[in-house]
Write a protein that binds this ligand. Sequence first.
Ligand code: ATP
Length: 382
Amino acid sequence: MKVCVLPLVSGLPLLPTTTMDNEEILQELDSVNVELQLVQDQIKQLLDRQEKLQDRQSELKAVLEACEASVSPTQCGGSVSVEDWSGPFEWDSRADDVRLNVFGISSYRANQREIVNAVMSGRDVLVIMAAGGGKSLCYQLPAILRDGIALVVSPLLSLIQDQVMCLAALGIPAYMLTSTTTKENEKFIYKALEKGEGELKILYVTPEKISKSKRFMSKLEKCHHVGRFSLIAIDEAHCCSQWGHDFRPDYKNLGILKTQFPNVPMVALTATATQKVQYDLMEMLHIPKCVKFVSTVNRPNLFYMVREKSSVGKVVIDEIAEFIQESYPKNESGIVYCFSRKECEQVAQELRERGISADYYHADMDVNVREKVHMRYKYVLN
Ligand SMILES: Nc1ncnc2c1ncn2[C@@H]1O[C@H](COP(=O)(O)OP(=O)(O)OP(=O)(O)O)[C@@H](O)[C@H]1O
C-alpha cells in the first residue's frame, strides 16, 4: 500500500461548507487566497533556486572533469578544453606578427592563443569569456590569417558598427551588410563574395540576414564554392537559447550555416552561458563536437555601488554630474543608462548644462546622427 503524506495547508480549521454562513465562507476564501498566493510565491522561489543550483552543479562538475583530465596545470584555471592547444603550430610566427603589428596587442590573455589555434586547426569552438575579456581577437585574428572571407553574426547594429569602425581604424578590410549599408557597399560586398574580387576579410551581419535573405545565402554558397569562406563567428551566442537571458528568434536558425558549410570552422562566443544554455546553443548551432574554452567570468575591475536617490529630479542630476566630475576628472568616457529614450535625451541635455560633454544614443534616432554620436564617443572625447 502506498501512503501519501501531505502537509496541512495551515492551521485553518476545514469546516464542512454546509454548516458555514456566507460571511464565514467569504472570510475563509480570503484567507485561502492569501495563503495560496504565498505558497505559489514560495514554489516559484524554490524552482528558481533549484534551476540555479542545477546550473551551478553542472558547471562545477564540468570544471572538475576538465581539471582531472587536464594535461597542463594551467588549464585548471577555467578552460574546459582538455586538448593541448598551446602549440607550437606552423602559423605561430604569423599569428604573433599580426597580433602585435596589426592589433597592437603585445601578448595573449588567458585562452586566446589556444582558441586561435583551435580555430586555425579547423575545429568548431565555443568560447565563454567575460565581457571585455578579449573575445573579438579570438575570431578576428584567425579571420586575417586564413584565406578568404570570415562571416560574423552579431545581434546589434550598434555592436556591429563599433566593431567595423575599430577594424577599419586598424586598416583591416571589414564591412557590414545591414539595413544601413549603402547600395554601393552592398554591391561591393556581393561581388567580393561571389567572385572573390575586392578587399574583404571580415563581414558582419545580423542573424536576420541568414534567416531572411536567400540572395545573401546564395552568395555565401558561391563564396564557399570558390574556396573563400574562411570561418563563421557567432557573437553573443547565448541569444540562440530560449534559456538564455537574451533570446533572439533569428538566432535559432543559425544552425543552417553549419548544415550548409560543414567544413567551415565555427566559433561561438558569449560572456554568459550556464551549462544548460551551452548545451542548448551547441545543439542549435550543430556544433556537438566543438572544443570548449571557459575562462573565469570574475572581473576584479568592476564593482557595484548603490546610492540613495533623491526624490527631486534636479538634485539627482546634480549628484550624477558631481559624481562624474569628481570620480573622472581626466575627461574619461563613460555611459549613463536611463529608463527611457526621453529620459536619455533629458539627462544628456542637463549634463551638458553642467559642463559635461554628453550626448544621447538610442534606437529611435536617425541612423547617421546615431553613428556620429558613436564616433564622437569612441574617438573624440570632447
Ligand atoms: N591580449 C590582450 N591584451 C591587451 N588587450 C586586449 C587583449 N585582447 C583584447 N584586448 C582588448 O580588450 C578590449 C576588449 O576586447 P573585446 O572587445 O574583444 O572584448 P569582448 O570579450 O568581445 O567584450 P564584450 O563581451 O563586451 O563584447 C579591447 O580594447 C581589446 O583591444
